[in-house]
Ligand binder design. Structure first.
Ligand code: G3H
Ligand code: 13P
Ligand code: NA
Ligand code: ZN
Length: 328
């Protein structure tokens, strides 16, 4: 059944687990996520980005998610809009039946320029007012995502690419977070704690505390009833990078957020963990390998099936690692 994010994450908080939020753009991703959730008895958050709407169109995405709900009626599903750039974008998602929206007011409505605090409060408060009137949950964002190692905002061609980070913006301020939640009434808050979007988070194998775990603790202590969200949480599996490069790919050395660091965050209030890149890598690796090993095959279902399997394996791993498994 389709449920709100507030409902799902309240349960996660009560039982001390987190829910991975996977981005969805196509049928194969949707099926992989649901097959993994079904196999592990996990609740599901699927999210559609602006890029997904551009690729598939909002109606197709909506029906893809509704089809998943219909085929797996025993699994709770949150249909979430990722990185809304304005109240109007969020309003449209609510009209389409999304049960949760993100108003990312940390950036201006170009989705690139860092916004000031007053702007962020204004747009987010307006979205909360509309959303809560119809039972829809709202995620806000405070701070600018950026890798603590490289200082980069990440994602060359995506959200926040031109974000120029000062050290202050790289970590969400706990006091400001408390004010922001009070002023807006958001259900969930995306925080900057050392992660960044895309495949190029860290240039060296991350050791020790690559995330600002102490900062997560401080924020959670100030806003214990607001669910913390970690964007840019792909782990960038080295085995899939190796497969991609073995079969003709050319991805430079790069590292993501270790699962153990995410588990540490979950102990301190992180309840929603955004993952897109890992499924892209698994999908590409599986298809490259299949194509290389079966050069005469031309039925797309054959190689797409491989990508579904590869993505479902990642989803299962995350459902288990984050404690989501068994809570559907
Ligand atoms: O937050 C970014 C997500 O990975 C979505 O990426 O805009 O390329 O769909 P996208
Ligand atoms: P990754 O690029 O690390 O998968 O993060 C995705 C994300 O945060 C979507 O909002
Ligand atoms: Na941001
Ligand atoms: Zn994000």
């Amino acid at each position: 059944a389709l449920i709100s994010m507030r409902q799902m994450l309240d349960h996660a908080a009560e039982f001390g687990y987190a829910v991975p939020a996977f981005n969805v753009n196509n049928l194969e991703q949707m099926r992989a996520i649901m097959l993994a959730a079904d196999a592990t008895d996990s609740p599901v958050i699927v999210q559609a980005s602006a890029g997904a709407r551009k690729y598939a169109g909002a109606p197709f995405l909506r029906h893809l998610i509704l089809a998943a709900v219909e085929e797996f009626p025993h699994i709770p599903v949150v249909m979430h809009q990722d990185h809304g750039t304005s109240p109007a974008v969020c309003q449209r998602a609510m009209q389409l039946g999304f049960s949760s929206v993100m108003m990312d007011g940390s950036l201006r409505d170009d989705g690139k320029t860092p916004a000031d605090y007053a702007y962020n409060v204004d747009v987010t408060r307006r979205v909360v007012e509309m959303a809560h009137a119809c039972g829809v949950s709202v995620e806000g964002e405070l701070g600018c995502l950026g890798s603590l190692e490289t200082g980069a905002a990440g994602e060359e061609d995506g959200i926040g690419a031109d974000c120029v980070l000062s050290h202050d913006q790289m970590l969400t301020d706990p006091e400001e977070a408390a004010q922001f939640v009070k002023a807006t009434g958001v259900d969930a808050l995306a925080i900057a704690c050392g992660t960044s979007h895309g495949a190029y988070k860290f240039s060296r194998p991350p050791t020790g505390d690559i995330l600002a775990i102490d900062r997560i603790k401080e924020i959670h202590a100030r806003i214990p009833n607001t669910h913390l969200v970690m964007h840019g949480s792909s782990s960038v599996p080295q085995d899939w990078l190796a497969i991609i490069n073995e079969y003709g790919g050319a991805i430079p050395e790069t590292y993501g957020v270790p699962v153990e660091q995410i588990q540490e965050g979950i102990k301190h209030g992180v309840r929603k963990i955004n993952i897109d890149t890992d499924l892209r890598l698994a999908s590409t690796g599986a298809i490259r390998r299949f194509m290389a090993q079966h050069p005469a095959e031309f039925d797309p279902r054959k190689y797409l099936q491989e990508s579904v399997k590869a993505m479902a394996d990642i989803c299962k791993d995350r459902y288990q690692a984050f404690g989501t498994a068994g809570h559907a």
